[in-house]
Design a protein around this ligand. Structure first.
Ligand SMILES: Cc1cc2nc3c(=O)[nH]c(=O)nc-3n(C[C@H](O)[C@H](O)[C@H](O)COP(=O)(O)OP(=O)(O)OC[C@H]3O[C@@H](n4cnc5c(N)ncnc54)[C@H](O)[C@@H]3O)c2cc1C
Length: 464
């Protein structure tokens, strides 16, 4: 029976209002095969005409409701650790896990890695310094530091690496470096793959009573496809996998901007006595090129109407700002090189973790037994704050953890957690924890913390 033949009541029941498999069989709902099966491999070169009979379109019911058919999804990959989202946190997580010898798969919706740091043109590495007593030390070590070191070896890769400064990297150099590091670590990669759902086991975990995540569904040009995993790390920044898995979280609003780069600053001839124009931004590793950050309004970063409106608004504003620069005597050659292809969403979904980071705790230097990293501060110098492993672990779902900007933190603390070096650190920790959970065959929440800490130290992380 096709879904379109079901009554609306049956549909609501089958779509999760407490009625599970029994209800599905009661209405004899036979899942159809997903669109991914449309074109067999051998058809691709011959260009066989497809008659459309296998199509499984979304149906409009008689009452106007729109219903997606139940589909049998092809499984395109089975892995140990699945990392969804290849930004700063996700890349560190995947590299850390893969270096521990478990099969690691990295899914990314765009065609490159680096997240906001590359696609969002957020190139300034903030607060990775901290105080130990009166002495300033670098909190971000491990894979994050390795990345910065390797960028130093690339032409125009990074500037301002001197002790105590906040460096700025080049987005293209970082994209290249990530390809290098991910390839070296032998990570299986799915690009152009947008995670749209979590795969959750029919049965709950017998010890905790919580649902268990078994993988994620990605949307590809061939339709939805399943990736199965022993452990999942959601580093989409927006909780695109933990949210549909049923993990408790808060959904927040924060400033959404659109950074950009301007060129030809080396040709500028500031006029004597004239005020330099506004919006000249900051230095980058490329001579004559500067990046300009934008704060933008505080709105809902997962609402597509909001994002669309802001893209239009920000692009107009940027064009105007650059013309203002060009209209200033001596700056006529300055031009808009590039706007970030990806809008700058700062905070959206934040997981409800076993532990929630609080600004007061960070300021008072609260210690956690399960510390898996030290965060830096970008609001001035203060002692390093600890990242407890439990802030990566959701309260009510098994075998999915998070890292990066969506880890469990109260709003003021999320603003500190989200900066790039802190995402490197929490990503590194998440990768190690997930890999060790796979190796020891335990739930992610039960992984041995001393082992995680020992392994992080072996991978040159800094734990204070
Ligand atoms: C405008 C702006 C300015 C900022 N300025 C600074 C600054 O000066 N210094 C600083 O240190 N930090 C700054 N930040 C913060 C910092 O850039 C981010 O918080 C940080 O990049 C977050 O890293 P992440 O890995 O958690 O997430 P992200 O960088 O957002 O990476 C998430 C990755 O997941 C992918 N993804 C998302 N959804 C899906 C999906 N459903 N399926 C598959 N892939 C998916 C994305 O494409 C991306 O690659 C700024 C942020 C913004 C927006």
């Amino acid at each position: 029976m096709y879904l379109s033949e079901l009554t609306r009541r049956d549909l609501l029941k089958s779509f999760g209002l407490g009625v599970g498999a029994a209800a599905l069989s009661a209405v004899n709902l036979a899942p159809q095969t997903a669109r991914a099966d449309f074109v067999s491999q051998k058809d691709k070169t011959s260009g066989t005409l497809l008659d459309g009979s296998q199509a499984t379109p979304v149906k409009m019911q008689a009452d106007g409701s729109i219903v997606r058919p139940q589909l049998l999804l092809p499984t395109i990959c089975e892995t140990d650790v699945l990392v969804v989202g290849g930004g700063p946190a996700g890349c560190c997580a995947a590299i850390a896990a893969a270096r521990l010898g478990v099969k690691t798969t990295l899914v990314e919706r765009y065609g490159h890695f680096g997240g906001l740091c590359t696609g969002g043109l957020v190139v300034h590495i903030l607060g990775h310094w901290t105080l130990e007593g009166k002495e300033k030390v670098q909190a971000t070590q491990g894979i994050g530091e390795e990345m910065m070191k390797r960028l130093e070896g690339l032409p125009n890769g990074i500037v301002n690496r001197e002790f105590g400064r906040n460096p700025t990297l080049d987005a293209e150099a970082y994209k290249y470096l990530l390809v290098e590091m991910i390839t070296e670590a032998n990570i299986e990669v799915f690009l152009h793959s947008w995670a749209i759902d979590a795969i959750v086991d029919d049965k709950v975990d017998s010890t905790t009573g919580n649902p268990i995540v078994r993988g994620a569904v990605i949307q590809t040009k061939l339709g939805p496809q399943a990736i199965l995993a022993k452990q999942v790390i959601d580093t989409t920044g927006d909780g695109d996998v933990f949210a549909p898995s049923g993990a408790a979280h808060t959904q927040r609003m924060y400033n959404i901007g659109l950074p950009y780069r301007i060129g030809n600053l080396d040709r500028a001839k500031p006029q004597n006595g004239e005020k330099p124009p506004r919006h000249l931004g900051d230095v980058t590793p490329v001579p004559g090129v500067r990046w300009v950050n934008m704060t933008g309004p505080s709105l809902d970063g997962v609402d597509v109407k909001t994002l669309s409106k802001l893209e239009l608004q920000h692009r107009k504003q940027i064009w105007k700002q650059v013309q203002e620069v060009r209209n200033t005597p001596g700056y006529e050659d300055v031009y808009l090189m590039e706007t970030a292809p990806q809008i700058g969403v700062r905070i959206t979904r934040v997981i409800e973790g076993e532990e929630t980071l609080k600004l007061e705790d960070a300021k008072s230097g609260k210690k956690f037994e399960d510390c898996v990293g030290i965060g830096g501060a970008w609001h001035g110098d203060h002692i390093g704050w600890q990242i407890p492993y439990r802030s990566l672990v959701p309260k009510n779902v098994e075998n999915i953890i998070t890292a990066g900007r969506s880890l469990s933190a109260e709003p003021l603390m999320s603003d500190v957690v989200r900066v790039i070096p802190n995402c490197w650190v929490s990503g590194h920790a998440a990768g190690v924890a997930a890999a060790l959970a796979v190796k020891s065959g335990v739930l992610a929440r039960n992984v041995s913390i001393p082992n995680v800490q020992k392994t992080l130290l072996e991978q040159k992380a800094y734990l204070g």
